[in-house]
Design a protein around this ligand. Structure first.
Ligand SMILES: [Zn+2]
Length: 231
C-alpha cells in the first residue's frame, strides 16, 4: 500500500512547512490550500481521484477541496456531510477525534496500522486547542482513543511522518498533563488572569507565540472548569 505525500504551499507557524496532502489508492486526504499548482500535482500523483476526504474544515486542510472536486469530478466527504465515526472510505476507516475542532476525523488504515492524524497529532511540536471551538477534554479523550488503536506509524497533517507512534502519543498525553499541572500550580499560587497564568505556566513558550499560549491556557481553564478574568 502506497501513501503518497504532497506538501501544500502554505507554510506558517501553525502549518509548519505546509499542510500534508495524502493520496491512498484513489482517495485524497486533505487537499490543503486552493493553489492550482498544488491541485495539479495531486491530480498527477493520484492518476484517478475517486473521492476527496477532509480531516476537518480548517482552510489549510480544506480550502482546495471544491476546486479539486471540479477538476477531478470526485465528491468531497467530511464529518457531518457524508462521514461519521466508523465509516469506511476506500481502504480507510474514519475515526471521530474531536478536540482541535468538533468535526475532526482521523483516517485509519487497518492493514498497515497507519493513522492519518490530521490536526490531532503533528510531526513536530504540539497542536493548538483554541476555545470556543477547541475542547481540551475532548482532545485528550481523542488521543486516548487513537492510542487504543495501537498504530505503528502516524502520517500527520503537518510535519514529518512519525515512526514511533506509541511514543509520540504518550509524549502528547504527558505534555498536556504536565501543562495542566503547571496551570493548576499557577492558580494555587494566586494567578488571577489568563496573562498571569501564561507568565507562570508557559515560560518556555517564545513571546511570538504568546497568543497561542493564552488560547491554550483558556482551554486548560475550561477543562478544569475554572472561571477567570480574560485580561
Ligand atoms: Zn486545524
Amino acid at each position: 500500500m502506497d501513501f503518497l505525500t504532497l506538501q501544500a504551499p502554505n507554510p506558517g507557524p501553525l502549518t509548519l512547512e505546509g499542510t500534508n496532502t495524502y493520496v491512498v489508492e484513489g482517495t485524497v486526504v486533505d487537499p490543503g490550500s486552493n493553489r492550482e499548482r498544488h491541485l495539479e500535482a495531486i491530480l498527477a500523483a493520484a492518476g484517478r481521484v475517486e473521492r476527496i476526504v477532509l480531516t476537518h474544515h480548517h482552510p489549510d486542510h480544506a480550502a482546495g477541496a471544491r476546486r479539486l472536486s471540479e477538476l477531478s469530478g470526485a465528491s468531497v466527504l467530511a464529518f457531518g456531510t457524508e462521514l461519521s465515526d466508523g465509516y469506511r472510505v476506500g481502504e480507510l476507516v474514519a475515526v471521530h477525534t474531536p478536540g482541535h475542532s468538533p468535526d475532526h476525523l482521523c483516517f485509519w488504515h487497518p492493514e498497515s496500522r497507519t493513522l492519518l492524524s490530521g490536526d490531532l497529532i503533528a510531526g513536530e511540536g504540539s497542536i493548538l486547542i483554541a476555545p470556543p471551538e477547541g475542547d481540551l477534554q475532548a482532545y485528550v479523550d481523542s488521543l486516548e482513543r487513537v492510542r487504543a488503536l495501537a498504530p505503528s506509524r502516524i502520517l500527520p497533517g503537518h510535519g514529518p511522518e512519525v515512526q514511533d507512534a506509541k511514543a509520540k502519543i504518550e509524549e502528547y498525553l504527558t505534555h498536556r498533563r504536565e501543562r495542566e499541572a503547571q496551570v493548576v500550580a499557577a492558580l494555587r499560587s494566586g494567578a488571577s488572569s489568563v496573562k498571569e497564568i501564561v507568565e507562570a505556566a508557559y515560560a518556555d513558550v517564545p513571546l511570538v507565540k504568546r497568543r497561542y499560549a493564552e488560547l491554550s491556557a483558556q482551554a486548560h481553564l475550561e477543562k478544569l472548569n475554572h472561571r477567570i478574568s480574560q485580561d
